[in-house]
Design a protein around this ligand. Structure first.
Ligand code: ACO
Length: 402
C-alpha cells in the first residue's frame, strides 16, 4: 500500500538517469529478461520452447492474456482475427496520397494512426469490449496495411485478404501475390516468418514499448499509442537496425569483402561506424533470439537456395568480433537483428521493408503492455522530471537591441 513514488517526490529528490539505464518505470508480468545469462521468457515460458513448439497467434494470445489458450480459446481468437483482416475501402485510398518511394514505416504508422478515424467504436480504453475489438482489429489489419505499403512501393495492385489462409500465409500472399494469379504460399517460408514474429513479439521496456506505454498513460487510445510505438521503432538504433545490418554487409561486400578493415574502422570509432546488429542495452551475453535465428538462417537460406555472399561476411564478422578484445571488454554480442536481414532478403523483402516486419512481430507485445499499463492500479501519466541546466533568470531585450 505504500506509494514509493509519492514518498520520494515528497523528499524533493530527483534522480538523473539518461536513457533510463537503471530506472524501472513500471512493474510488469509479461516478459522476463536476464541479460547477463542470456535468458528471455514470455509469461514464464522460455523463448526456445515457444520458438520450437508454438506459433505467432498462440504467442500473441499468451502475451496479451497471460496464459496459453485452450484449443477452443485458440480457435475463437484466430477466427476473430481472420474476420477483421479487411481494411475499410476509404482507408485503402489513403495509400495513394503517399509518394511511391515513401519509406513503408511512416506509411505504416500513419495508416495505424488513421485507424482512430475509421474505427471510432473501439477507442475507449476503459470499455473492455472496445479494448478487445481494437486489439483484434490491430492484430488482423496490421499485416494488411503492411502488405499495402509494400504494394504501393512497388507500384503493384493491392490484394484483398484471403481469409481461408492463416495470418502469416495471408500476409505473404498479399505481399508477393498478384490478383489474377494463384499464389502458392511456401510452408517453409511461412514457418520461418512465423518464427521470426515469435522472436520479436515482446522484449519488455524497449524504446518502442516504453513509448506505447508512455503515450497510453495519457489515456490515448490503442491505435494512437501503437502508431507512436511504430515511429519509435523506425530509428536505426532500434528496429531500423535490421536494415542497417544489411546495408553494412552490402557496403563491406562492394568494398571488396575486407572484414578486417571494417572491424578496425569500428574499433577506431570512426564517426557513424558501428558494428550494426551487435550490442544491446540489456544483453551482455549472446542474445538468445540471435542464437535461434542463426540456426534458422542457415536452414532457410539453403531451403530457398539463396547462396548469399553476405551470409559469409556476417559469419566472418561474428567470428572476428567474438574473439576481439574491443567487443569482449564491452560485452558486445550479436543481437536479434544480426541475422534477420539476411533471412528477410532471401524471402524476397526489400531492405526498406525489414523494420515493418519487426513491427508486425512486436505488435502483440505492444498491445499486452498497453493493456497491462491501463489495468495497473498504480498507473500514473508518464511525466519524467529533469535537471535544468539552462540560463539563470535574465531580462528580455527588445529585438533592436540584440
Ligand atoms: N559497435 C561498436 N561499438 C559499440 C557497439 C557496436 N554495435 N555498440 C556499443 N558499442 C560500444 C560503444 O561505443 C561504447 O564504447 P565506449 O564504452 O568505449 O564508449 C560501449 O560499447 C557501450 O555502448 P553504448 O552505446 O553506451 O550502449 P547502449 O546500451 O547505450 O547501446 C545499442 C545499445 C544502441 C543497441 C548499441 O549497442 C548499438 O548502437 N548497437 C548497434 C545498433 C543495433 O544493432 N541496434 C539493435 C538493438 S536490438 C533491437 O532494437 C532489436
Amino acid at each position: 500500500g505504500v506509494d514509493l513514488g509519492k514518498l520520494l517526490a515528497q523528499t524533493g529528490l530527483v534522480t538523473l538517469d539518461p536513457g533510463f539505464v537503471n530506472t524501472a518505470a513500471c512493474t510488469s508480468d509479461i516478459t522476463y529478461i536476464d541479460g547477463d545469462a542470456g535468458i528471455l521468457r514470455y509469461r514464464g515460458y522460455p523463448i526456445e520452447q515457444l520458438a520450437e513448439k508454438s506459433n505467432f497467434i498462440e504467442v500473441s494470445y499468451l502475451l496479451i492474456y497471460g496464459e496459453l489458450p485452450t484449443q477452443q480459446q485458440y480457435e475463437e481468437f484466430a477466427e476473430r482475427i481472420r474476420r477483421h483482416t479487411l481494411l475499410h475501402e476509404d482507408l485503402k485510398q489513403f495509400f495513394d496520397g503517399f509518394p511511391r518511394d515513401a519509406h513503408p514505416m511512416p506509411v505504416l504508422s500513419s495508416a495505424v494512426s488513421a485507424l482512430s478515424t475509421f474505427y471510432q467504436d473501439s477507442l475507449n480504453p476503459f470499455d473492455q469490449n472496445q479494448v478487445e475489438l481494437s486489439t483484434v482489429r490491430l492484430l488482423a489489419k496490421l499485416p494488411t496495411i503492411a502488405a499495402y505499403a509494400y504494394k504501393k512501393s512497388v507500384g503493384q495492385p493491392f490484394l484483398y485478404p484471403d481469409n481461408s489462409l492463416g495470418l502469416v500465409e495471408n500476409f505473404l500472399r498479399m505481399t508477393f501475390g498478384f490478383p489474377a494469379e494463384p499464389y502458392e504460399v511456401d510452408p517453409a517460408l511461412t514457418r520461418a516468418l512465423d518464427l521470426l514474429f515469435i522472436l520479436h513479439a515482446d522484449h519488455e521496456q524497449n524504446c518502442s514499448t516504453s513509448t506505447v506505454r508512455m503515450v497510453g498513460s495519457s489515456e490515448a487510445n490503442l491505435f494512437a499509442s501503437i502508431s507512436a510505438g511504430i515511429n519509435a521503432l523506425f530509428g536505426p538504433l532500434h528496429g531500423g537496425a535490421n536494415s542497417a545490418v544489411l546495408e553494412m554487409l552490402e557496403g563491406i561486400h562492394s568494398g571488396g569483402d575486407d572484414v578486417d578493415a571494417f572491424v578496425n574502422r569500428v574499433k577506431n570509432k570512426e564517426p557513424g561506424v558501428r558494428l550494426m546488429g551487435f550490442g544491446h542495452r540489456v544483453y551482455k551475453n549472446y542474445d538468445p533470439r540471435a542464437a535461434i535465428i542463426k540456426k534458422t538462417a542457415d536452414e532457410v537460406l539453403s531451403k530457398l537456395n539463396a547462396n548469399d555472399p553476405l551470409l559469409e561476411i556476417a559469419l566472418k564478422l561474428e567470428e572476428k568480433a567474438l574473439a576481439d578484445d574491443y567487443f569482449i571488454e564491452r560485452k558486445l554480442y550479436p543481437n536479434v537483428d544480426f541475422y534477420t536481414g539476411l533471412i528477410y532478403k532471401a524471402m524476397g523483402f526489400p531492405t526498406k521493408f525489414f523494420t515493418v516486419l519487426f513491427a508486425l512481430g512486436r505488435l502483440p507485445g505492444w498491445i499486452a503492455h498497453w493493456r497491462e499499463m491501463l489495468e495497473d492500479p498504480a498507473r500514473k501519466i508518464s511525466r519524467p522530471r529533469q535537471v535544468y541546466t539552462g540560463s539563470p533568470e535574465r531580462a528580455y531585450t527588445p529585438i533592436g537591441q540584440r
